[in-house]
Design a protein around this ligand. Structure first.
Ligand code: AMP
Ligand code: ZN
Length: 137
């Protein structure tokens, strides 16, 4: 638990939430500022800031629950699609520094926007990346 962390507050039951699901590892609740109807968050109970800091058990529980929440949203709301989003760092749009996964139902023509301009993968850079990143895996 981290002081001043809103999601730790929810995990501790000190901050209210519209809880969809809870077990020993994770809690899932509705996003208070939803991008779309049914926008849900899945939050591991332990306080890690980013995905890469989470241990295997927390990752497994969080993403298994994200899948289950996605399936439940499909069963309940039948959205034509959904995005699973996980932001790390302010540069990536992370606002709450407690790692979490968004499940965002999507419909054609909604005003939810994710996107980038596709670039061209440079061959030399690709080979360098395979070497440099691969070394750490
Ligand atoms: P991120 O930008 O990935 O850090 O997303 C943080 C999300 O948490 C945002 O979509 C907020 O709307 C949501 N959020 C922040 N505080 C609360 C809260 N107390 N209850 C539910 N959702 C929250
Ligand atoms: Zn926290």
């Amino acid at each position: 638990m981290s002081e001043d962390c809103i999601f730790c507050g929810i995990v501790a039951g000190e901050v209210p939430s519209y809880t969809l699901y809870e077990d020993d590892e994770v809690v899932s609740f509705l996003d208070v500022n939803p991008a779309s109807d049914g926008h849900a968050l899945v939050v591991p109970k332990g306080h890690d800031e980013r995905l890469a800091e989470m241990d295997d058990a927390a990752v497994a529980a969080t993403f298994t629950t994200a899948r289950d929440v996605a399936a439940a949203l499909e069963d309940a709301l039948a959205p034509p699609g959904y995005n699973v989003v996980q932001n790390n760092g302010a540069a990536a749009g992370q606002e709450v520094d407690h790692a979490h996964v968004h499940v965002i139902p999507r419909t054609p023509g909604d005003d939810v926007a994710f996107g980038w301009q596709p670039g061209d993968l440079d061959e030399e850079r690709a080979e360098e990346l395979v070497e440099r990143v691969g070394e750490h895996l």
